[in-house]
Design a binder for this molecule. Structure first.
Ligand code: GLU
Length: 446
């Protein structure tokens, strides 16, 4: 099996294309086959080096590697031109100046049949379509569909200036690279009869096709670059883990059975098959991805998660803070709002201060907490902190929250943090007491 992933570098790698890359990679890796990476850069204006780099970076982050390439499609231009000439020489193609208007007029006059032009020796190059019979597209996911040849327009394969059209380029490249299976998004399905006709004209074997279901957003609308389609880099920067993204993308249109949601990458490589890909559009739901990600994140060994967070935040020395926040996070970017105050001092959250530090009740509570913590003998552990603070709650007949929230805001500047006892313990005696003192002073002054 030889498959390919041929992105057009006209933007970042968004999730639809990432899924296509993943499915091809799983097929190659699961079958001992090969994956070719081809950069379809024939749109010279929109194909920038920056976009190519984004694609490489995204594939690398996902861990998707390839066996051949990257091949840049523009480098094959000479070969494409040669094939066009060959088809002209064989009389299978001809040149015509007919434009969209003439084609329309022809169809109107001919019962909407496919356009057939006369050879004028100049103009765009069109491949002749047969008048009889059908062109059958065999698709592993969609079954067999027959297209009436009489309805297909003679196909433009090169512009008047000789530059080949995408359909010609993609078929010639796939043929030359020996691609056995073309696995791509359903948006290319309607082009497939054209591609089959080009293979037939070249006397080449038609590959096996598989058109992957479209991706919809949770609102049921088609996902597109313009509508809600996140790029792989967006997902990475939002704190998703590579293995969670892979697992989730694999499930967008494929499933092994009804009940299994979590697959390791080796399992996916072993179990993935085109036969289990669905025809129905798949829904990309970021909430579900977040949930899957949370399961992966909370299951990581502490050292591994720490290393990822240190890379993600660009900070070091995070391990102890990670230990007390791991079970509260779903994505890496939730770490800093929970734990940043351990490193950079309390957050500036005026609403939290106003609510939990400004009334006499809250100030009394904070005083009581301060007294108990000052009296706490060594060691300064979460257990000992808990015992001391619970004793204050009992003695003063407060609800735990009435003591813990002002203390939390005094220590972290905000209302959401890891467990209060762990937070106090991690800050340490002198820093913890200093922050409580500062909070009391600040409120007195203010
Ligand atoms: N370059 C095309 C795209 O990015 C892929 C064409 C194909 O898979 O045949 O959509």
């Amino acid at each position: 099996m030889k498959v390919r992933f041929p992105p057009s570098p006209t933007g970042a790698l968004h999730i639809g294309n990432a899924r296509t890359a993943l499915y091809n990679w799983l097929l190659a890796r699961g079958s001992g086959g090969q994956l070719v990476l081809r950069i379809e850069d024939t749109d010279r204006e929109r194909s920038t080096k920056e976009n190519v780099d984004k694609i490489f970076e995204s594939l690398e982050w996902l861990g998707i590697d390839w066996d051949e390439g990257p091949i840049f499609q523009t480098q094959n231009a000479e070969r494409h031109a040669q094939v066009v000439q060959q088809l002209l020489d064989e009389g299978k193609a001809y040149r015509t100046t007919a434009g969209a208007e003439e084609v329309r007029a022809y169809k109107d006059a001919n019962d909407n049949r496919g356009f057939r032009g006369a050879d004028e020796g100049e103009g765009a190059v069109r491949l002749r379509m047969p008048d009889e019979g059908t062109t059958v597209v065999c698709d592993v996911i969609r079954g067999e569909t027959a297209f009436e040849n009489a309805l297909l327009d003679d196909l433009v394969i090169a512009r008047a200036d000789g530059t080949p059209i995408y359909h010609l380029a993609v078929v010639v490249d796939d043929m030359d690279e020996g691609i056995t299976h073309v696995v791509r998004g359903a948006d290319h399905y309607s082009n497939t009869p054209k591609h089959v006709r080009i293979y037939e004209a070249l006397g080449a074997e038609v590959p096996v096709y598989a058109h992957l279901p479209l991706l919809h957003g949770p609102d049921g609308k088609k996902l597109s670059k313009r509508h809600g389609a996140a790029s792989v880099q967006d997902l990475r920067d939002s704190g998703y883990l590579r293995e969670a993204v892979i697992n989730y993308l694999a499930l967008l249109g494929w499933g092994y059975d009804e009940s299994t949601t979590f697959f390791t990458i080796p399992e996916l490589q072993e179990l993935f098959s085109l036969e289990r890909v669905s025809k129905a559009p798949a829904v990309f739901d970021e909430q579900k991805l977040r949930w899957v990600n949370g399961r992966y994140l909370r299951g990581l060994p502490l050292d591994d998660l720490t290393a990822r967070l240190e890379e993600f935040t660009g900070r070091t020395g995070l391990r102890d803070a990670v230990a007390i926040t791991q079970d509260k996070m779903s994505t890496l970017d939730e770490f800093w709002p929970l734990a940043g105050s351990f490193f950079d001092g309390p957050f500036d959250d005026p609403a939290a201060r106003q609510k939990f530090l400004s009334t006499p009740d809250h100030r009394d509570a904070l005083q009581d907490a301060k007294g108990a913590l000052e009296a706490l003998p060594e060691p300064w552990t979460p257990e000992n902190v808990e015992e001391a603070l619970r004793a204050v709650v009992d003695r003063t007949e407060r609800k735990p929250k009435q003591l813990f929230q002002p203390l939390r805001v005094a220590l972290t500047g905000t209302t959401v943090s890891p467990g209060i006892f762990e937070t106090v313990a991690l800050l340490g005696r002198s820093e913890g007491l200093a922050r409580v003192g500062d909070a009391l002073d600040a409120e007195q002054a203010g």
